[in-house]
Design a protein. Sequence first.
Length: 450
Amino acid sequence: MTAFTVALVLVIAAAGLLRWRRPAWYWLAFGVTLAALRVLIRYRSVMGACGLTVPPARWRLALARTTNRPIPEPRPPRIRRLRPTRTGLVLRLKLRPGQDVFDIAAASDRLRHSFSMFGVTSREVRSGVVEVRMTGYDVLKRVQMPAETETRAMRVPVALREDGSVHYRDYRAIPHALTLGATESGKSVYQRNLVAGLAPLDVALVGIDCKQGVELFPLARRFSALADSPDTAAELLDALVARMADVYRLIRTQQRITVDVPDAEIAADIWDLPDELRPTPVVVLVDEVAELALYATKEEEKRRDRIITALVRLAQLGRAAGIYLEICGQRFGSELGKGITMLRAQLTGRTAHRLNDETSANMAFGDIAPDAVLAAIQIPAELRGLAIAGDASGGWHRIRAPHTSLRQAVNLCNRYAHRTPDLPELAHFRPTTGTATELVPSAKAAPATA
C-alpha cells in the first residue's frame, strides 16, 4: 500500500509538472483521456443547461402516455464522432430538427466552461452536421507546428490557429493579401515564415523593401528581383505589368477554343496551361506600402501615382497571370492617397497584428468582418506574433506564427537558392550576391514567438 501511494504521488507530481512546463506533453499523456471522459459523462446535462436540446417528438410523448411510461427527456445533438488530436478534441455533432449551427456558436463560451477546456470553436461541415473543436491548453502561448502538414502547389503553412489547426496561405484560393502590424508586433516574423514556406516551391519571389533592404535583402539568394527604393520599385512594378501582358498573350494563343476541346482543357489562367508552357508564378512582397504612397514633391507625387496604379493593376488582373501580392505595412489608411481603398478592395486576405490605432483595424476588417476589428485592437503588446486573420467570407481566426529567426530564414533561402528562377524581364532587378555562403547553425529559438 505504501509503494502504491508513493507511485500515485509521483504520477500526480509528474502530471502537475508537465501541465506547468510542457502542456502539450501533459495533454497527450493525461489530458486527452480525462477530457474525453469528462465530455462523455457531462454531455447530456451540459447540453441541457446550455439550451442545446429539443423537446421529444410528439409520437414519443403519446407513446409514453399510452404505455404509462416516464416522459422522455429532451434530446441533445447526437454525437457522431469524438476524435482526439494533439491539441484537443474534435466533436462532430448531428443537429436535431429545429436546431441551428448558430446555437452551437453562441454557446461556445458556456461549453468551454462546462467541459473545462481552454477554447471551443465550431463550424458547419454540411447541412445539419457541426464540428466542434475544443483545445485543451493555450496552443498560441508556445507555438509548435505539426511535424507533417498538407503540401500543395502555392499553399504553405505559416501559423497556428487558436483551435490547434494549421493556418495556410493558399494563393490559389486567396491570390492577394494585406498584412498590417505595428513595430515589434511580429509582422516581420510572419513574413519570414511566408518566405521560408515559399522557398522550396517552384515560384519566383519578388521583393520591394524601401527600408534600404534591411528586411528582405538578407534573403536575396532566393529572390528573383529586389527593389530597395521607391524609384526602383516603380520600374520593377512596370516590368511586372509588362510580364503580365506577355503571359496573357501566351494564354490567349493556347486557349484552343474549338468544339473538339473539352471545357476543362480551355485555358483561362496559367494553371490551365501544359506544364512545359506554364510560366513561373510570381509572389510580390511589399514590406512597407506607406513608403510607396508618401510624397513631398511633384515628381514624387507622379512616381507615387505610377506605383499605386501598377499595384492596382496587378491586384485586379494578376491572378490569372500567376502574379500574387503580399502587401505589408504598419499603417494603412485613406490618408495615403487616391487608389489606396481601390487597392484594399482587391486584397482578399487580411492579417492584422497589434495595431496602434483603430483606423488601421477598420481598414483591415471593417469591410469584411466588423467583429474582428475589436479583436485586432485588443491584442496585448507582450504577445508578439499574435494576429487576427480573415478573408472576404467574413470568417476570422486568431493565429500566431512560430518564431523564425533571421538566420534560420537566411539558411533556408541559401539552401533553396538553386530554385530561384531567372525571369528575363526582371533580370535588371536581380540582386547581386556573392558565392554561396555556408549555412550557419541557428541560435536556439526562444520559447515564445517574437
